[in-house]
Design a protein around this ligand. Structure first.
Ligand code: HEM
Length: 409
């Protein structure tokens, strides 16, 4: 019988913020892909956890949702357990049948016909933002492009006024902010205060939609549905936070990553200039390369065996997308940003299986539109100094990206 001591060990705590703020994550993941695709870390600020680091094994865990549960009542969906064991019951943190019923309420908002409509709105907003940028001066791409572009889209999906974007950004930052540095009561108290403010604001909108006939926006879909029409306050908070974080930080960090990638691989912009039909593939490639969601976590519902290792009921299993998307057995020369990569779409940055990202197509449209509009303007976006990276083991991105725009020579 295998014991704890027999488990292959994760030598580096992959939940450590420093790996990401200092951009040192590549080597430990590469070593684990080679030596231990499934490994165990007994102690970390987040407690004990398994790490899944290869493309094949991440898919295996994702597909077996009965063994590897997302349900909030078994644990969280990130490496951090909820402080105070509080429930955060949104539909990404549910298993079927609740997950299936609630996803069905939201998913039609992302249907192809709705996406065609959104494409027009995305292009208008993108052109307006880019035309207002200070040419030849240094500015922060995160603040002036990535954030307003993605929050603007979110407010369209909620059918809420754009001038509320600062509040949405603040709530999104709080909702996604748990890391090893803030696993304490004070953080949790402020977190609940912020979430309470968010709920108070959204309850006004939800009641407004309830009083009106059903419409296409996400809030109207919720209140006029059976599965989400009468949610308890904590369930409302959790589902609104899911949509805000899901639609915001992820796409934002892909847009910031795009500038970083084009700075490291400037010839890729020339390739796009020569062939605009590569833009959809380039959007997928930047999502793979950046992997804005570093991991998702599941909890074992029973004793099981995976990759020859015995996993016990209740243990945490963390799927590191950032590593699966660098798996050389699937992506040749995986570190390279290559807009012509034939299998860029095989990335797992959107997850896989029943929880695969509901907003994937919208994200692709937003990022693709941004690429097209940059190419159309004949710009080269020059990075000015080091970007500041997000201190999080969950979201992989940037808080600042100083740049200057110049005409392509
Ligand atoms: C789920 C990534 C954009 C809304 C997810 C998951 C990931 C992800 C990894 C979880 C998959 C799993 O647990 O297996 C991303 C990335 C994006 C992006 C990388 C951008 C590049 C969006 C957008 C929206 C959105 C634009 C909506 C406005 C959601 C929702 C879920 C989800 C609601 C929960 C789906 C479910 O549990 O069934 N996303 N996402 N995401 N995403 Fe996204």
């Amino acid at each position: 019988m295998a014991t704890l001591a027999d488990r292959p060990v994760t030598h580096v705590d992959l939940g450590d913020n420093a790996l990401y703020t200092e951009d040192r994550w590549r080597e430990p993941f590469a070593r684990l892909r080679e030596e231990a695709p499934l490994s165990w870390r007994a102690d970390s600020p987040f407690g004990a956890y398994w790490s899944v680091v290869t493309h094949g094994l991440v898919q295996e865990v994702e597909l077996d949702w009965e063994t590897f549960s997302s349900s909030w009542d078994r644990g969280n969906i990130t490496i951090a357990d909820d402080v105070n064991d509080s429930a955060f019951p949104n539909f990404i943190a549910q298993d079927p049948p609740i997950h299936t019923a609630q996803r069905k309420v939201i998913a039609p908002a992302f249907s192809p016909s709705h996406m065609n409509e959104r494409e027009v709105q995305v292009r208008e907003r993108c052109a307006m933002l880019l035309d207002g940028l200070p040419m030849g001066e240094t500015f922060d791409w995160v603040e002036q492009v990535s954030i307003p572009m993605t929050i603007g889209m979110l407010l369209i999906l909620f059918d809420m006024p754009y001038d509320e974007w600062r509040d949405i950004k603040r709530w999104s930052d709080w909702a996604s902010g748990v890391s090893a540095d803030n696993l304490n009561e004070e953080y949790f108290a402020e977190f609940m205060t912020q979430m309470g403010q968010m709920l108070a604001r959204f309850d006004v909108e939800l009641e407004d939609r309830r009083a009106k006939p059903p419409a296409d926006d996400l809030l109207s879909r919720m209140v006029h549905s059976e599965a989400m029409g009468n949610m308890e306050p904590m369930e409302r908070i959790a589902n609104i936070a899911l949509l805000i974080v899901g639609g915001n930080d992820t796409t934002r960090n892909s847009m910031s990553g795009l500038v970083h990638a084009l700075d490291l691989y400037p010839e890729q912009l020339d390739v796009l200039h020569g062939n605009l039909s590569l833009v959809p593939n380039a959007a997928q490639e930047i999502i793979r390369w950046q992997s804005p969601v570093t991991h998702m976590r599941r909890t074992a519902t029973r004793d099981t065996v995976l990759a020859g290792q015995e996993i016990r009921e209740g243990e945490k299993v963390v799927m590191w997308y950032i590593s699966a998307n660098r798996d050389e057995s699937v992506f040749a020369d995986a570190e390279r940003f290559d807009v012509t990569r034939a299998n860029a779409r095989r990335h797992l940055a959107f997850g896989h299986g029943i929880h695969r990202c509901v907003g994937a197509r919208l994200a692709e449209i937003q990022i693709g539109t941004l690429i097209e509009e940059v190419v159309a303007r004949g710009w080269r976006i020059m990075r000015q100094g080091e970007p500041v990276r997000l201190a999080s083991p969950f979201l992989h991105g940037f808080t600042e990206m100083p740049v200057r725009i110049e005409a392509r020579g």
